[in-house]
Design a protein around this ligand. Structure first.
Ligand code: BG6
Length: 285
């Protein structure tokens, strides 16, 4: 499928379709996936109704690619500049796309390091379950060492926040961003009855999943290359404070974000490449 211009906002995007009929939309701006739907048209990712589609603003929802910085873990603005920058299309098929950001080192004065960041999105299927795979690779194209943190800031669409539990993190140490980074240990599943903003450290690559008792569906999160996983729900006050997020929308989403965060930063020597990926599997009831 060729690049098309979204008539509602004038921005360029790709519409990917799997053989089974699942769909994903990927904007060139930020290599930002804004939607993933199963073959019935059900939204599996959350994008805010108040999202602002106006570069260089990052889009609220889908999967912002946070690079070369996660959050405030470095000198740059929140979550780095990849999500605010237009990528080039390298390759596409009906169900996949590869985009690249060739940073020359003048994008941000606080990050004078040239690099190439490649983002590949691939739709697939496991049995009856649609899958979404996203691979990122960062190559240091400069002559000095560069360091980075990163995340695939994935917004999942859920039936209601009170219906979900995230399993697979029992016993894992996390830093609580709401308690000044205090180290804690997860006990049992993560449930949501208040704001949650945590960086889970050294998370197993498979085994994390979201169970939604409202829909009976399960999302499996498989990752590689990213040691950590951020879990986030803004809850009421932060939802109200965000201009591009509805006051009640925290009830229909949660983020699980494979990350190089508390275990980072990673250092890349000149010429070196780091890669990471996530595969999401959606098992309907
Ligand atoms: C999460 C952070 O990854 O992203 C939160 O852990 C942050 O602290 C959230 O609020 C959203 O960030 P932003 O920059 O998209 O508003």
């Amino acid at each position: 499928m060729p690049v098309v211009v979204d008539e509602s906002n004038g921005m360029e995007k790709l519409v990917l379709k799997s053989e089974q009929g699942a769909i994903a939309e990927v904007y060139l701006h930020g290599a930002h996936v804004v939607s993933w739907q199963d073959a019935t048209g059900k939204d599996l990712m959350f994008t805010s109704k108040q999202a602002i589609f106006k570069p260089p603003k990052a889009i609220r929802g889908g999967v912002p690619v946070c690079f070369p910085q996660f959050g405030q873990l470095g000198p740059l603005g929140q979550h780095g500049f990849a999500r605010n920058t237009k990528f080039d299309l390298l390759q596409e098929t009906a169900d996949s796309a590869t985009l690249v950001l060739k940073a020359v080192g003048d994008e941000d004065e606080k990050y004078p390091y040239p690099f190439e960041l490649t983002v590949r999105v691939q739709l697939g299927q496991q049995g009856h379950a649609p899958t979404f795979t996203q691979e990122v690779a960062a190559n240091n194209t400069g002559s000095e060492e560069m360091s980075f943190t990163a995340a695939l800031h994935t917004y999942f669409k859920i039936s209601a926040i009170g219906n979900v539990a995230v399993s697979g993190l029992d016993g894992v140490t996390y830093t609580d961003s709401l308690q000044g980074g205090q180290r804690m240990q997860q006990s049992g599943d993560v449930i949501f009855d208040q704001e949650v903003d945590r960086i889970y450290l050294a998370v197993p690559d498979s085994g994390v999943q979201i169970s939604d008792s409202g829909s009976g569906a399960v999302f499996e999160v498989h990752k590689a290359g990213f040691p950590d996983a951020v879990v986030w729900n803004p809850w009421v006050a932060k939802a109200q404070a965000m201009a591009d997020f509805g006051d009640e929308e925290h009830k229909e989403m949660l983020c699980i974000e494979p990350a190089v965060a508390g275990s980072g930063p990673y250092k890349l020597a000149p010429g070196e490449t780091w890669s990471g990926s996530q595969t999401l599997v959606y098992k309907a009831a």
